[in-house]
Design a protein around this ligand. Structure first.
Ligand code: GLC
Length: 564
């Protein structure tokens, strides 16, 4: 979801605080996705292999050794299907092919095979709510009111000349209904008008979309990230959404998406999708993009263990500031989810400003980036990274509307500059095009920060953000407490330091994160050991021995220490 979405949700659909529940016993972790680290790749921006300035599949394949060396277990690749590219590939015109801009099906099969050799799994993006208006299904659907595919999409009469069926708004601004002159009806689109919504109340749509899963499973993928899943169903009676105070960046009145989000039928679809992928060996994973408004809705995504294994936790990702109490509350809440589901955490993705800027205070950004890396990689759950996060890549927004690619940036300029800023090319080295391409015109310009924040340069600096990620990823793999252990917050009334224990049999690790800009001294409560040995400290310290009744953390300081 977009930053505007996050804001609206934060302001108006504030999370329902559930009462603190007792610690839950988790079953021993044994599924690959429970201890994997997932790395999100934008194929357009990761590595160009043919010099056209646009990243591609062979480019990703050529960087698998890098990912392996970093310690990644699975890659989730943003859509690579044929697409007019109105929404960076989230408008799909053919679900069972590869867009020639990214390569061929043979390139894709090669990528999956090479990834497998390195123990890396491939997860596809599954865009389920809508297709492109250039998809053959929609072309047929719009061709006449009696076409057999008419009901594959949501067509309604207007309320009168020039009047859409109701007040529903697109997430990307203005009415969610577009009039089609040929057949004299409106079609519904939660996103751009070029992204008509599929009608999930039509069984043929189920059949077609289940077939898409089968197709990619047979090409060796290990699962799917399901796009915009809470938007699948709308009120069949077309009630108007309630208005909220104020206006959005597009100049529309704010509304609550009450009649278009989170319909219970979503869960029947999720169960069905799980059954489809469950026919295949290897425990394929389903991950949902669903920016759920509260823990109750988030928990529903797990079903009875028969829906998705990893619903992304947008509540945590949307904490847009460093706050020990807020993070503690949300990590405790998901830890104690009543479905006993595995949490899935992330702080950056292709729709959000990058975390280096979002949490940075303008002075300690690199230190804060290390703190956020520690939070991501030492809590209990499946971490998801976004390419370049391991370098401290920053959000580099366009400065002129003429340079904007993302349509929401064109529509919302200058309040909403779009998502180009978080989608700039990966920074591999300090050369002019950052090792991303040999073209002098990469599809988005290389950010100035690439001269310092790049893989080649950061590899050489033991204190770099890159080496922090590398070390923490290795610790997560080698330390049973971090890989599989339980999680328990300690010092729960501390307003500045978020501290927790990860425990496995015979091993306990303490993590303490100073989320304030001042040095803090804490005494760890409830641990029956006088001291601990640091496994990672930032800023670095010459002494590894730490007294648990007197730990001093620098501003935004981080400690990961073995207690026993
Ligand atoms: C999801 C994607 C976003 C896209 C939207 C419409 O939120 O993450 O990038 O624009 O769906 O498909």
């Amino acid at each position: 979801m977009t930053r505007i979405g996050s804001l609206v949700l934060t302001c108006f659909l504030a999370a329902t605080a559930l009462a603190q529940q007792p610690q839950v016993q988790h079953k021993p972790h044994d599924e690959w996705w429970e201890h994997a680290v997932i790395y999100e790749i934008s194929p357009r921006s990761f590595q160009d292999s043919n010099g056209d300035g646009i990243g591609d599949i062979n480019g990703i394949t050529s960087r698998l050794d890098y990912l392996k060396g970093l310690g990644i277990d699975a890659i989730w690749i943003n859509p690579m299907y044929p697409s007019p590219g109105i929404d960076y590939g989230y408008d799909i015109s053919n679900y069972t092919a590869i867009d020639p801009v990214y390569g061929t099906m043979a390139d894709f099969d090669h990528l999956v095979a090479e990834a497998k050799k390195r123990g890396i799994r491939v997860i596809m993006d599954y865009v389920i709510n809508h297709t492109s208006d250039q998809n053959e299904w929609f072309k047929e659907s719009r061709s006449s009111r009696t076409n057999p595919k008419r009901d594959w999409y949501i067509w309604r009469d207007g309320k009168g000349p020039g009047k859409p069926p109701n007040n529903w708004q697109s997430w990307f601004g203005h009415s969610a209904w577009t009039y089609d002159t040929k057949t004299g009806q409106y079609f519904y689109h939660y996103f751009y008008p070029q992204q008509p919504d599929l009608n999930w109340r039509n069984p043929e749509v189920h059949k077609a979309m289940d077939g898409v899963l089968d197709f990619w499973m047979k090409h060796g993928v290990s699962g799917f990230r399901i796009d915009a899943v809470s938007r699948l169903f709308e009120d069949p009676n077309l009630h108007d959404d309630p208005y909220l105070p104020g206006f959005n960046a597009y100049g529309d009145r704010n509304i609550e998406h009450k009649y278009t989000d989170n319909y219970p039928e979503v869960h029947d679809v999720l169960k069905e999708l799980r059954r489809v992928v469950g026919k295949y060996p290897g425990d394929p994973v389903l991950i949902t993009e669903a920016d759920e408004p509260n823990i109750a809705e988030l928990t529903k995504m797990y079903g009875n263990g028969d829906e998705v294994q990893l619903p992304m936790d947008f509540q945590i990702a949307d904490v847009n500031k460093l706050s020990a109490p807020e993070f503690r509350h949300l990590f405790n809440e998901i830890e104690n989810n009543t479905a006993h589901g595995q949490p899935e955490y992330f702080f950056s993705n292709h729709d959000q400003p990058r975390q280096w800027d979002r949490y940075g205070d303008g002075v300690h950004n690199d230190q804060i980036a290390k703190l956020m890396a520690t939070l991501l990689l030492t809590t209990r759950g499946t971490p998801q990274m976004y390419y370049g996060e391991e370098l401290g890549m920053r959000t580099t927004e366009p400065t002129r509307i003429e340079d904007v690619h993302d349509p929401i940036g064109k529509l919302g300029w200058p309040k909403e500059k779009g998502r180009d800023g978080e989608r700039t090319p990966m920074q591999w080295d300090s050369s002019k095009e950052a090792g991303f391409t040999t073209s002098a015109t990469p599809w988005l310009p290389i950010p100035p920060s690439a001269s310092l924040n790049n893989v080649a340069t950061e590899k050489e600096d033991p204190n770099s953000i890159f080496n922090t990620y590398k070390l923490l990823l290795a610790l997560r793999r080698s330390e049973p407490a971090l890989r599989d252990g339980s999680y328990q917050a300690v010092n729960e009334d501390d307003q500045n330091v978020f501290a927790y224990l990860r425990k496995a049999e015979g091993s306990t690790i303490l993590v303490a994160l100073n989320m304030s800009g001042e040095a803090r001294t804490i005494s760890i409560k409830g641990v029956h050991a006088p001291s601990a040995t640091a496994l990672y400290q930032s800023p670095a310290s010459s002494t590894a021995e730490v007294q648990l009744d007197h730990i001093t953390l620098a501003p935004f300081g981080v400690l990961v220490a073995r207690v026993q």
